[in-house]
Design a protein around this ligand. Structure first.
Ligand code: SF4
Ligand code: SF4
Length: 259
């Protein structure tokens, strides 16, 4: 009896984009040193940035970027969900709704659409941008604007080996401290690091720029206390909340509803 190698089938992957800037898909394409390994390890079935000949069948993993902003996208997402064993939301738009959701649920969507587009007829009905989990179950979240290779590549590696992504429970301040930066709050700068999901490596404060919260809200953040602190720097509460909402999308509403 011959002892040949048993070849495991490669996990089938689809990478999709809804409403967003496509920066998360681009980030994956820009992992030039790892790209061949990614394409060798996975059977990439659908990825508009890499191939114009998608195979839309069942798959093991779907990575989906962008918010759901039309009825057609909602149907597309539901179809992806049906076909994928694991669905990962990638980027700020997919995880919280993105900048297009900065006025989420304030009742002005129709008026804003009319102001910009007048009475234009659309091929598919537009809707206020919402994160993926407003419509389907999301298995894992990869935040970022865009996502970082430092988190995306380990996630792919772990999924390849059947393990869930490593949890990343820290806010931006944690990474900022590891970089030994002087805290910008000491100079009364409006940094949102304490409220923001970490993972970017505190890239903005490391260059002297306040964090504007682009990785979305951190679930354990003390919004009340930080808003009070920023008010003491001379900003109104409304202005602080407006800034927090820029990248907070729908997810921020639960944290600020009682403030
Ligand atoms: S500079 Fe910003 S991110 Fe860094 S520790 Fe201070 S508040 Fe946190
Ligand atoms: S704005 Fe904040 S979360 Fe976004 S990259 Fe800069 S430091 Fe990171």
């Amino acid at each position: 009896m011959s002892g040949g190698n048993i070849t495991k089938p490669k996990p089938r992957v689809g990478i999709y984009g809804l409403t967003g800037c496509a920066g998360d898909q681009l980030l994956l394409i820009h992992c030039e040193d790892e790209l061949l390994d990614i394409f060798n390890a996975f059977d990439i079935r659908s990825f508009v940035m890499a191939s114009s000949n998608p195979i839309e069948e069942d798959m093991d993993v779907a990575l989906v970027e962008g918010s759901v902003s039309t009825e057609e996208q909602k149907k597309h997402l539901m179809d992806i969900r049906k076909r994928a064993k694991i669905l990962v939301a990638i980027g700020n738009c997919a995880t919280v709704g993105g900048v297009q959701a900065m006025y989420a649920q304030d009742g002005t969507f129709k008026d804003r659409m009319k102001k910009v587009y007048g009475d234009m007829k659309f091929i598919t009905e537009p809707m206020e941008g919402q994160p993926l989990d407003a419509f389907v179950t999301v298995d894992y979240y990869l935040p970022g604007c865009p996502i970082s290779a430092k988190q995306a590549l380990p996630l792919l590696s772990r999924l390849l080996h059947g393990a869930p992504p490593e949890p990343f429970p820290h806010p931006v301040c944690h990474e900022c401290k590891l970089q030994e930066n002087k805290c910008l709050l000491l100079d009364k700068k409006f940094c949102l690091g304490p409220l923001t999901q970490g993972g970017c490596g505190a890239v903005c404060p490391s260059h002297g720029l306040p964090c504007v919260g682009c990785w979305g809200p951190h679930s354990d953040a003390n919004f009340k206390e930080h808003i009070t602190l920023l008010e003491s720097f001379g900003m109104t509460k409304d202005e602080v909340i407006r800034r927090i909402r820029n990248f907070g999308g729908h997810k921020i509403l639960a944290y600020i509803k009682d403030l």
